[in-house]
Design a protein around this ligand. Structure first.
Ligand code: HEM
Ligand code: HEM
Length: 196
């Protein structure tokens, strides 16, 4: 498989970014939604630091992914896709980029404005603060972190639902071309009972 995106499929780099970041965001969401319930033991602080460190990792990966996307381009829409559907898909993709960047930024801003001690990135080094302590800004960033997450969930549901609809009902290459194994759905199917 080619590293770079080609006219008809996503290359290995875009695929790796896509599925790695999906897994990381899923993990961050599960930890983010449950960490507040943990008993206030040292593990509680460890989990918060892990959430923050992993979130900053997603921010860095998203910036690299954006640079790659601008360099490597995207495949053409799957043949037969109406123009309006291609436009919605492209708009959704750029909105997902914006959200996956804004989520960690709002978390980092919340952490910074809360006036907490700097957190250590996976225990390795202190992550700099984006701003000094500011209670109002901290509240706003906190609200943004929650709200952006809800928008992300809604958009991912739409996006993943569309991918599954194409795969299961339209039976085209939309999902297959974001997966490593090529399944040539657009080629005519072989009838096992048919002898040429
Ligand atoms: C893609 C990256 C991220 C995702 C998907 C994510 C997701 C979440 C979610 C779902 C919550 C729970 C919100 C709620 O209670 O409704 C949460 C809470 C939190 N996140 Fe993130 N987060 C990300 C990055 C970050 C980063 C980079 C930081 C800080 C550097 C951070 C700091 C926090 C903090 C401190 C909370 C707890 C807020 C509270 O106590 O109510 N997050 N996150
Ligand atoms: C956190 C969740 C997700 C995010 C942030 C996300 C983001 C994106 C982005 C930005 C693209 C454009 C490709 C690129 O520029 O790299 C894309 C493409 C794609 N995604 Fe996702 N995605 C998520 C979850 C999913 C899930 C769960 C599925 C499948 C069930 C999926 C299936 C696809 C497919 C098939 C494409 C290629 C579409 C095409 O070729 O037109 N994604 N995704």
């Amino acid at each position: 498989m080619s590293l770079k995106n080609t006219r008809d499929r996503w290359g290995a780099v875009s695929q790796s970014f896509h599925w790695l970041i999906v897994l990381l965001i899923l993990g961050l969401a599960i930890v983010g939604l449950t960490m507040d319930e943990l008993p206030r033991t040292p593990k509680y602080f460890w989990v918060y630091t892990a959430h923050k460190s992993m979130g900053v990792t997603v921010l860095a990966l998203m910036l690299l992914r954006l640079a790659w996307r601008l360099y490597a381009g995207a495949p053409a829409p799957v043949p037969g896709t109406p123009r309006w559907q291609a436009a919605i898909a492209s708009g959704t993709h750029w909105a997902l980029y914006a959200l996956a960047l804004a989520m960690p930024l709002s978390g980092w801003l919340y952490d910074s404005a809360s006036g907490l001690r700097p957190f250590r990135y996976f225990g390795l080094f202190d992550v700099p603060k984006l701003t000094g302590p500011d209670e109002r800004l901290a509240d706003r960033a906190h609200d943004a972190h929650e709200l952006l997450f809800l928008v992300l969930v809604a958009l991912v549901a739409l996006h993943a639902g569309a991918a599954l609809y194409h795969h299961l009902f339209r039976r085209d290459d939309t999902l297959a071309r974001m997966l490593p194994a090529r399944r040539a759905r657009s080629l005519p199917r072989q009838d096992p009972d048919h002898v040429a």
